[in-house]
Design a protein around this ligand. Structure first.
Ligand SMILES: C[S@@+](CC[C@H](N)C(=O)[O-])C[C@H]1O[C@@H](n2cnc3c(N)ncnc32)[C@H](O)[C@@H]1O
Length: 390
């Protein structure tokens, strides 16, 4: 796993806060639960493991600097695993399986799995070299889509506007949001990914748009005082956030009467034949049918908005997605946006990497088998414009 510097900083800050606010014993217990979970999960997935592979964490924790021999001893004495000394194999016992299910339950209920995948996703975005070219290959009509969002936004020249999840600045620049706000207004483009913000800064120079500010930030914690903006706008970001926290923050920074404009993708229940064939190995691993992807349903965002916003415009804006470039498709959906997080979370580290490679290969076969025009799907999207209740 590539770990971006920001992610290390976030992890350090969260750990310090956690330790400061709670009993250090809780922290140690939590740490132990995560490592036991990783060990047992890998054994369940692979059935058994060479003792040497286990101790070195080859398949499930290769980033560790110490061997896992202490963990193996502890797991043996807890009767969670057994070692077949003749074959030099480590196996999960039925008691180990029970422990695994118990820890899984704790992690699911406490929201740990959800926050972990959100952090992983943030980190993934930080490693994308060129999201704009990826988006161009996957969704060639996205530029038109973004222009429609600006058209429907109701944003007027001179307003103070905040863009969330701006990525490389496609909405701000290519879709003309900066021109609409104009030099008498203020447009703040934010994203948690510093690599993307570097690209936004370059575009600001190219377009000579001095009224555009570039600020590092995520929707759940906005570095602005209350009542700062007339509008908050974002294209394909809200589904990546902790929606309740993000919506509360957005409401806080909006002035009374201010608006929130978002376009986000929705859960996609009916998949084409080629898609089911391509992603079959992933769709088979865990996950409930409702959660084949982790995208919001049609009522998810409107009901999350209810306490803070009044919806004044809601319409479907579907996006054409082209599945003709297997590597880009798999890297984007599985490697970056992680839409199958529930399925991927059930896999140990090595299996996640193998799954990505397997999906790329299957994609190449699918692309040979199906004509390119049948490899296009309309992905449901939801456009919402609201007025803040304050
Ligand atoms: C699919 S990209 C869309 C980028 C851009 N809006 C566009 O139109 O191309 C999603 C963006 O949301 C950002 N993002 C991820 N988590 C976020 C969060 N919690 N708050 C704000 N933005 C987030 C990512 O870094 C990424 O740039």
């Amino acid at each position: 796993m590539n770990v971006a510097e920001e992610m290390v900083k976030v992890a350090e800050r969260l750990t310090e806060n956690f330790v400061a606010q709670t009993d250090p014993k809780v922290f140690v217990t939590f740490y132990l639960l995560t490592v036991i979970y990783e060990d047992l999960q890998a054994l369940e997935y692979y059935g058994s493991m060479q003792a040497n592979d286990f101790v070195r964490g080859h398949l499930h924790r290769p980033w560790g600097t110490e061997t896992l021999s202490g963990e193996l001893e502890a797991a043996v004495s807890a009767e969670a695993v057994e070692v077949d000394t003749a074959a030099d194999l480590v196996r999960l016992t039925s008691r180990g399986k029970e422990m695994l299910r118990y820890i899984e339950g704790i992690f699911r209920e406490s929201g740990f799995f959800t926050s972990r995948s959100r952090l992983i996703r943030l980190n993934n975005f930080n490693h994308v070299d060129d999201i704009a070219s990826m988006m161009e290959a996957l969704a060639p009509t996205a530029c038109e889509h973004r222009k429609t969002v600006v058209e429907l936004s109701g944003i007027q020249p001179g307003m103070a506007v905040l863009e969330l999840g701006c990525g490389t600045g496609a909405l701000t620049f290519e879709a003309g949001l900066f021109q609409r706000v104009g030099p008498d207004g203020r447009l703040v483009a934010t994203d948690p990914s510093t690599s993307m913000l570097a690209s936004v800064r370059r575009k600001r120079e190219t377009y000579n748009a001095h009224w555009v500010e570039v600020v590092h930030g995520k929707a759940e914690r906005l570095p602005f005082p209350a009542n700062t903006f007339d509008s908050v706008i974002g294209y394909a970001f809200l589904h990546l956030t902790d929606m309740d926290e993000a919506l509360r923050e957005i409401a806080r920074v909006l002035k009374p009467g201010g608006s929130l404009i978002t376009l986000h993708p929705l859960h996609f229940p009916a998949r084409n034949e080629f898609f089911l064939e391509w992603f079959a190995p992933l769709l088979k691993t865990g996950g409930t049918p409702r959660n084949q992807d982790n995208l919001p349903g049609p009522d998810t965002v409107p009901s999350a908005m209810e306490p803070h916003f009044e919806i004044v415009h809601l319409q479907s804006l579907d996006l054409e997605m082209h599945y003709t470039s297997p590597r880009t498709v798999v890297e984007f959906f599985v490697g970056i946006v992680d839409v199958f997080e529930e399925q991927m979370a059930t896999l140990p580290w090595r299996a996640r990497h193998d799954m990505v490679q397997q999906l790329i290969k299957r994609g190449e076969e699918v692309c040979r088998k199906y004509p390119p025009e049948s490899l296009v799907e309309m992905h449901p999207g939801q456009f919402i414009r609201t007025i803040v209740r304050k």
